[in-house]
Design a binder for this molecule. Sequence first.
Ligand code: SAH
Ligand code: SF4
Length: 384
Amino acid sequence: MSVTLDLSRAAQARDDAPVNIAGLTREALRAALVEAGAADERKARMRAGQIWRWVHHYGVTDFERMTDVAKETRAVLAEKFVIARPEVVERQVSKDGTRKWLIRFAPGVEAETVYIPDVGRAGALCVSSQVGCTLNCSFCHTGTQKLVRNLTAAEIVAQVQVARDDLGEWPSPKEDRRLSNIVFMGMGEPLYNLDAVADAIDVISDNEGIAISRRRITVSTSGVVPQMQALGERTAAMLAISLHATNDPLRDKLVPLNKKYPIEELMAAIRAYPGLSNARRVTFEYVMLKGVNDTPADARALVKLVQGIPAKINLIPFNPWPGTEYECSDWATIERFAATLNRSGYASPIRTPRGRDILAACGQLKSESEKVRASALRAMVAVD
Ligand code: SAH
Ligand code: SF4
């Protein structure tokens, strides 16, 4: 069974446009070099390795800096490929050090990327996988923006490159990094764009490049059950689930995708997630909505639901946005909720809201990209 939502070609450049190297896996780069006449079969692997280091270890944006590549080859590369960054339209820095970039990938195709210091080992980058989202979770700002399109692997990797440019992390540092973790928790539903997400993870985790280990890469899904197994098999990334409710009637309202993949199916898919263990726990995200899902009984139901699964529970204070009908639970309520979880043995950190002053916190991301109509979009979504 598969769910495909591949709009990437629709709003993308022509087929004969130069290929962006940032999104090519090692093997794809090798093949592309041969096809472009930039290396013959025998030398292709070695040449791909050289170029890989320049792009992903040194972060160069100009072929001329590839000094160990012959001048004629550099000319071929410059003709057939691109390594330039997309345009950063806006850069904001919060009082708490959170940074947010609005990146324009193409006219009308913009997405936000957020760097949050002191999260994970050193700092986490929250990347987007789509421009907008089709899924309309009722408490999420991104959900009010219609999908423009899936991002390509190159555009996902570019978000990491842009952050690294700004943080001054080239060449790829082995230690003392500021950017240590990646979370696919920006705009969009990553499992509706799994091919690009998986390729991007291959690139980002490569040891001779950006080298962020797969164990420090987390993919968050609202519960696209048929793609969860494939996510684990193809990426070995850590799994996060946007749960937010413990019964179907409420989850149907908060996360409408639940009507298609209800809680029982979701929990079965989580239990079957490849590589799940006490060292590799699933993270359950639970947004705290005042008077909606925040009672002690809700906390007990949550404990019961996740019983037996190696899990962490992440409580997210609701981040308000203009026009929302929800409010964040009171602090005392959140603490009481967390205490119930802790007593049952679940680490349940409360995710401190970060970057609220620049609308960079969870669920606040929204770009003003051109919108496609929902009906047109549904017609393009193929689900079997
Ligand atoms: N689409 C994916 C990835 C986005 S992750 C997913 O839904 O899992 C962003 C996390 O923030 C999700 O858990 C999402 O449910 C949550 N979120 C969305 N809007 C929010 C808001 N206004 N306040 C707090 N958390 C929110
Ligand atoms: Fe989309 Fe995630 Fe927002 Fe739901 S919470 S609308 S799946 S981005």
